[in-house]
Design a protein around this ligand. Structure first.
Ligand SMILES: [Zn+2]
Ligand SMILES: [Zn+2]
Length: 887
């Protein structure tokens, strides 16, 4: 064993996370503990970390992800499973590009001015910085992932996986290029997938326009929420069943302002209840109209430039911004008396998820993935249980989306990302799809140009579980670790990411990418509101670590969580977690100090006193129960039970009882049980609080010279519960002792007995008396009760007025009032209090009987006084009852 002197010889009075965390993290890394050994005899446990975006700092959601995954990985590693956790980062296409473009805007330049190459350098610089910061933050969180396998979506491996997948799907006819209505962000100048559009209800208007018939015999009225699109109208459509328009279909109309001729067509897609039942058709700017256009061979007239200004097709409105054009067109139609009316109308408006600009539906040529054939096996995998989603209510959400899936638009007019592996021959027009960059076309021409677009960032993240393990190469990692065990991520990206990984994994590997999907909720602020920079309620993980320590942050994040549910995070939770770390520190310090100079053999003796059997029984129950909970992915509850055991049983009771025993030379030493319970608990708690447990475990180990434990807690065996150690009889006795002490302490507190004053108590324990005999000194000492009389009968009937009788589960406690309080002084105090209350009650009664008050004061004020009167009378009654005892 190397000579490491990482633990101080003298234990500090309080736990100091800063002095502990970095040194152990470095130690673990130096030892190579994070890297699993491939062992064909063992089943591996694998998690691929959801790659954070290279957009900057990790937020508290990432900290939750890191904590939950680290808990699982450390737990499995301690169980002896080859545990692999691959960290990674996502280049995050549009999200990252938007961030850098904002910086450029501050420098008064744009990506277009910079040019593609220089812009790419800026992006890479930004990404490198962000990656370094993300790695550093992850290390601070104590994540035990295998840094030697760290992956990045733009690395050669994942890039090859992207091209290979594109190539194969294209060959199978599952990737195609087509003209469709897509969501266009004028600010980002790219199309977006449906999932990247946020729909918000906005109050707008419905404008009713008149389109005159060409024959001059009247007009038809249409309603629209986007007046400017009328410039691109190529028809007006009505429902064929709509009686109002019988005989109108086929008639010619004059499109106002541009004076183009358009026709009235009949189409089933038209809802007669909307507006007038007659709808303008703009095939280039609306998905429904696009389809109507296809059915009726209508022209598609695009009226917009990429920045949402109007183009040549807009005639006199050319060059105007879409919203200026809207105003102008409404005005012009009004002047022509073609505006019938404007009504208020609330409707859903799509916004760019990244920059919040209103998106514009636009017909354009894009690359798509045909989803239905990919979705089918992915639906089956969840239905037949090969993939389990936790919590299972998300099954329905997943299946519903998958069963209604639409083709996925994967091309983006961005510069940052995987360039689409398609080349066009300038001479023969051939489209070349290739994994390697081609040098020439089949026709021999070298004039080939690569598609300018890049792929949606989710295309590469969809390959994450298999490409990080080496695919398309058949690596050892891929053979051993695929399918992975758990995909732990936020429920908000179940479609963006989880669904696509399942489809792509099944397509490329012929097997599911993971067996379990664990979805965690969002971390909200203490009021339950979403954290955002704008609101200023963001909890920065690094700040929390600085103030409370990593273990406290991890503990606070994961104790309250149950799968799929949002959690509230408040400073009080962090404080409570820090207090727990300190409580554990102090308890351990006591045990370790007690070991100093002791010659006691630390192996557990065969025969143990009842309280030893009790704490060992409770320890084993806690181990058994928390492991079961962890197997059910209930980490928050597992943690809560460990916390309760350590705090409320081990620290508050066992250690207190042990202190009494340590002072008494004649009794059996509690040291073996203290050490056994503490050492086991530290291992039990390690996955949740890795740093403090390692520090304490190392100090404890030094005091146990005979132990042949491994050199770190993180590779020590995880505790295994022993059902045979569960001892209901011992639990019953000690729980009774605790209940008795609790009750006496509470009674003392109620009567404000000073802490150093001894009081008299009689314990009527019946059958339990024999077992409690040994605990009289403990009860006496921990409740300051002496004399303490133990009786083997039960207390029945009435008691003296001056005695307090407390009825417990299996016994009664009688405490003479005179032993707690000075009767005369107490009587005087109660009388004085009664006088005061009486005066107050009388004053209130006078006031409430005065019509001048009740008639004039606001009802709320009168009610308040009435409530005060009722409370006063109630208090008076209680004081009078108490006083009876003293008479
Ligand atoms: Zn945008
Ligand atoms: Zn060619």
């Amino acid at each position: 064993m190397p000579d490491i002197n990482l633990t101080q010889s003298e234990m500090a009075k309080a736990y100091d996370p800063a002095g502990v965390e970095d040194k152990w993290y470095q130690f673990w890394m130096d030892k190579g503990y994070f890297k699993p050994k491939i062992d064909p005899q063992k089943k591996p446990f694998t998690i691929i970390m959801p790659p954070p975006n290279v957009t900057g700092e990790l937020h508290v959601g990432h900290a939750l992800t890191a904590t939950l995954e680290d808990i699982m990985i450390r737990w499995h590693r301690m169980q002896g499973d080859p545990a692999l956790w691959i960290p990674g980062v996502d280049h995050s296409g549009i999200a990252a590009q938007v961030v850098v473009e904002r910086t450029l805007a501050k420098e008064k330049t744009t990506r277009y001015q910079l040019g593609r190459e220089k812009f790419d350098i800026r992006m890479k610089e930004w990404a490198a910085k962000a990656r370094a910061s993300i790695t550093n933050q992850h290390k601070k969180l104590g994540v035990s992932c295998d840094w030697s396998r760290e992956a990045y979506t733009l690395d050669p491996g994942p890039s090859l996986a992207v091209r290979t997948t594109f190539y194969r799907l294209y060959q199978k006819g599952l990737i195609y290029r087509g003209e469709r209505i897509t969501n266009w962000c004028p600010r980002c100048a790219t199309v977006l997938s449906d999932l990247e559009v946020e729909h918000k209800d906005e109050s707008g208007h419905l404008w009713y326009f008149r389109y005159p018939l060409e024959n001059g015999q009247g007009y038809i009225t249409v309603a629209t929420t986007r007046p400017e699109t009328m410039l691109g109208d190529t028809a007006v459509a009505v429902n064929p069943q709509d009686d109002r328009y019988t005989g109108w279909v086929g008639k010619k109309l004059i499109l106002p302002l541009l004076n183009r001729t358009i026709f009235i067509v009949a189409d089933e897609a038209i809802d007669p209840a909307f507006g007038t039942g007659a709808v303008k058709v703009t095939p280039a700017h609306d998905p429904v109209d696009f389809e109507i256009g296809q059915r009726h061979q209508l022209d598609r007239i695009n009226i917009l430039n990429n920045d949402a200004t109007l183009n040549d097709n807009a005639g006199p409105y050319k060059g105007l911004d879409r919203f200026e054009a809207r105003k102008k067109i409404v005005e012009d139609l009004q002047n022509l008396d073609l505006l019938e009316k404007i009504v208020d109308y609330s409707h859903s408006v799509g916004h760019c998820q990244r920059c919040q600009t209103i998106i514009e539906p636009l017909a354009s040529k894009q690359w798509f993935v045909k989803m239905e054939p990919l979705a089918k096996p992915a639906i089956a995998a969840v239905k037949d249980g090969r993939i389990k989603i936790i919590p299972d209510r998300f099954d329905k959400v997943y299946l519903n989306w998958m069963e209604n899936i639409r083709d996925w638009c994967i091309s983006r007019q961005l510069w940052w990302g995987h360039r689409i592996p398609v080349w066009y021959c300038q001479d023969c027009g051939e489209t070349i799809v290739s994994i390697e960059d081609p040098v020439a076309c089949r026709c021999g021409s070298k004039k080939i140009e690569q598609d300018k677009d890049v792929l949606d960032t989710w295309f590469s993240s969809g390959l994450w579980p298999h490409c990080t393990l080496g695919w398309p190469h058949q690596t050892e990692d891929l053979k051993y670790f695929y399918p992975t065990s758990v995909m732990e991520t936020g429920y908000d990206i179940i479609f963006h990411w989880v669904a696509r990984m399942i489809m792509m994994g099944l397509e490329n590997m012929g097997d599911v990418p993971f067996h379990t999907v664990y979805l965690h909720g969002l971390v909200r602020d203490e009021k339950g509101e979403k954290m955002s920079k704008v609101k200023g309620n963001v909890l920065n993980p690094l700040d929390a670590i600085k103030e409370y320590g990593t273990d406290a942050l991890r503990f606070a994040l994961s104790t309250g969580t149950s799968p799929g549910n949002d959690m509230k995070m408040a400073a009080s939770r962090l404080e409570a977690s820090r207090n727990f770390a300190n409580k554990l520190w102090n308890a351990s310090r006591f045990v370790i100090k007690s070991l100093e100079g002791s010659q006691v053999d630390l192996s557990l003796p065969a025969h143990l006193p009842v309280e030893d059997r009790w704490i060992i029984s409770r320890l084993n129950r806690t181990v058994l129960s928390s492991i079961q909970l962890m197997e059910d992915f209930q980490f928050g509850e597992a943690q809560r039970q460990i916390y309760d055991f350590l705090w409320s049983e081990f620290c508050d009771w066992y250690i207190e009882i042990a202190k009494i025993r340590l002072k008494d030379e004649k009794t059996v030493s509690p040291l073996p049980v203290l050490v056994h319970t503490l050492e086991t608990s530290l291992r039990l708690l390690h996955p949740f609080m890795p740093f403090i447990t390692e520090e304490l475990w190392q100090i404890l180990k030094k005091k146990m010279p005979d132990s042949c434990q491994p050199e770190s807690i993180m590779i020590a065996a995880y505790p295994v519960g022993n059902e045979k150690a569960v001892d209901p009889q011992a639990e019953h006795i000690i729980e009774s002792v605790i209940e008795i002490i609790h009750t006496i302490r509470n009674t003392r507190a109620e009567h404000r007995v000073e802490s150093n004053k001894w009081i008299e108590a009689h314990l009527y324990a019946g059958d339990l008396a024999e077992a409690l005999k040994d605990y009289c000194p403990t009860i006496q000492s921990l409740s300051q009760a002496r004399p303490l009389e133990l009786k083997n009968t039960r207390h029945q009937g009435q008691s003296d007025n001056n005695d307090l009788v407390m009825v417990l589960k299996d016994c009664e406690i009688v405490i003479p009032l005179a032993s707690m309080v000075d009767m005369e002084a107490e009587k005087a105090r109660l009388q004085k209090e009664l006088e005061e209350i009486k005066t107050n009650v009388e004053r209130l009664e006078v006031r409430l009987n005065d019509p001048a008050f009740t008639g004039k004061a606001p009802p709320a004020v009168v009610q308040k006084e009435r409530d005060r009167l009722a409370a006063g009378k109630d208090k008076m009654d209680r004081l009078q009852q108490q006083l009876v005892r003293f008479n």
